[in-house]
Design a protein around this ligand. Structure first.
Ligand code: GLU
Length: 494
């Protein structure tokens, strides 16, 4: 029977989800689901110094928002739990004792000062910095006596080789490490807690993980992991190291360059599907080069062999493009609901005053649906609907070479034309018909009317068209704004 595909996402609880880690979990998810396998969430929290309050809850919340559901994990349990490493300490102790017994690991009592001195000497001699194996040679009895006497110690793996080691990555093929790349690395720290090296190998084995998909920053750990599998006599899983996401300048993606927390993208108003689509395509391409893919389509087409091994560059324009696409796919009710928290945050008082709240908001949002790149932009794009007559420079009302007087006259004319449309007929279509036919009948220049009209309503260089805005504003507000513009221009009655 073929082995079931079981992958794991194994974050350290840092309090937020890095966008690069989102890529890793997506690749894991796609591999598992495309092979009808399982994805497991495991929390790697044995580094006490990095512990953050509520980190696991926050992580679960954001992963749920993104739409990644796990088959096993701390929140749902499973056959191979517990899924939080700090709750598995007795397992690591048991396993390290096995290695101590077989002699594949040993206690090292070297103090920090001794190690620093050793490193200094190595540096002076131009040698690579590595543990010199001093405690390797302690007898079992010596080691136990020191321990009983209360001396502090770490446990190191006895690296058995003096020759190079070749390890195989599914994407990259064979990777060769020389003996100087390896040292008797630490498996348990002086506080008794396991290192990543020990805990991840033990857990991957006990949780029956078939494929380890992780970031390429773990490649230096790769030979250590393999040697540990060999020491235990366990079959190793397949390893796949996913390239990093880089800044445009090819440096590591950092906070200085872009938001790195998925939570920030959520707050800004990115749609989960867009983030997933974006992260998956930064490192993998479906055979047919399709760019917009729903999760089900990705699962259908995903083959880990098609993943790229060159680093991907974080391209915010691409993300905005995809997000804009997903925003346009929303029906207007759903989109308005999604925009509502942003609008409420900025215009709560104004929103309360509108009688037909939802229908007005729907109209406002629908005018921007085409342009919106992310949801929080809605407040900036539509603020002129909520604030009283917008503040703008009266010069903006002037189209090309028109004189101030002409603009003022045209605005007065527009006022007259608009005033005779009754409230019931106040629609974009009727307003447009009325104004455009007047311009045509009198052989006038379209821009000389529509530009000042639009600016009078929005106060902006760029905005949706004047007729659409007028309809949404309503007759009374539209007339007030046109009148206000003529006052702003400060030209007296003609
Ligand atoms: N805890 C490691 C991290 O946070 C996991 C690496 C792995 O997937 O093995 O990056």
């Amino acid at each position: 029977m073929e082995k079931q595909t079981r992958v794991r996402f194994a974050p350290s609880p840092t309090g937020y989800l890095h966008i690069g880690s989102l890529r890793i979990v997506i690749f894991n998810y796609l591999l598992a689901k495309s092979q009808k396998g399982k994805i497991i969430l495991r929390i790697e929290d044995t580094d006490q110094q990095r512990k953050v309050e509520d980190a696991v809850e926050k992580l679960l919340k954001i992963l749920q928002w993104v739409g990644i559901n796990f088959d096993e994990g701390p929140h749902i349990g499973g056959e191979y739990g517990p899924y939080i490493q700090s709750q598995r300490l007795n397992i690591y102790t048991q396993k390290i004792n096995e290695l101590l017994k077989t002699g594949d690991a040993y206690r090292c009592f070297c103090s920090r000062e001794m190690l620093d001195k050793m490193r200094m000497e190595q540096k002076e001699k131009g040698m690579p910095s590595r543990y010199d194996g001093k405690c390797r040679h302690l007898s079992q009895l010596e080691s136990e006596n020191k321990m009983k006497a209360g001396e502090k110690f770490v446990v190191r793996q006895k690296i058995p080789i003096k020759q190079s080691i070749t390890v195989k990555d599914k994407l990259r093929g064979n990777i060769i490490f020389n003996p100087e790349d390896l040292t008797d690395h630490i498996l348990t720290k002086s506080d008794g807690l396991p290192t990543y090296q020990l805990a991840s190998v033990v857990d991957d084995h006990l949780m029956k993980i078939s494929h380890v998909i992780r970031g390429e920053e773990w490649i230096p750990s790769f030979p250590k992991n393999i040697l540990l599998y060999q020491a235990f006599g366990w079959q190793e899983p397949e390893f796949i190291h996913i390239p990093l996401t880089l800044n445009q300048d090819k440096g590591k993606l950092s906070k200085r360059y872009a938001d790195v927390a998925v939570e920030s993208y959520k707050d800004k108003g990115y749609i989960p599907q867009a983030l997933i689509n974006f992260c998956a395509l930064a490192g993998w391409h479906p055979k047919n080069d399709q760019e917009i893919l729903a999760m089900e389509q990705m699962i259908e087409q995903f083959r880990i062999q098609d993943a790229k091994i060159s680093p991907s560059v974080f391209d915010i324009n691409k993300l905005n493009y995809l997000n804009g696409y997903y925003i346009r796919q929303k029906n207007i009710d759903e989109l308005t609901d999604l925009c509502l928290p942003y609008l409420k945050e900025n215009f709560s008082a104004e929103i309360k005053n509108y009688k037909k709240e939802k229908s007005f908001l729907k109209n406002v949002v629908s005018l921007e649906q085409e342009r919106l790149k992310y949801l929080s932009e809605i407040t900036e794009l539509t603020s002129f609907f909520f604030k009283e007559v917008p503040d703008y420079n009266s010069q903006l009302l002037i189209w090309k070479k028109m004189s101030t007087q002409q603009v003022s006259q045209n605005l007065n004319k527009l006022y007259e034309l608009l005033a005779i449309i009754n409230n019931k007929q106040w629609t974009q279509k009727n307003i447009e018909e009325k104004i455009v036919s007047f311009i045509k009948d009198n052989s006038l220049v379209v821009g000389n009317f529509l530009w000042p009209m639009r600016v009078s309503l929005t106060g902006r260089q760029n905005s949706p068209g004047p007729f659409e805005v007028a309809e949404v504003l309503g007759k009374e507000e539209t007339l007030a704004r046109v009148e206000h513009a003529t006052i702003k221009l400060g030209v007296g009655e003609q």
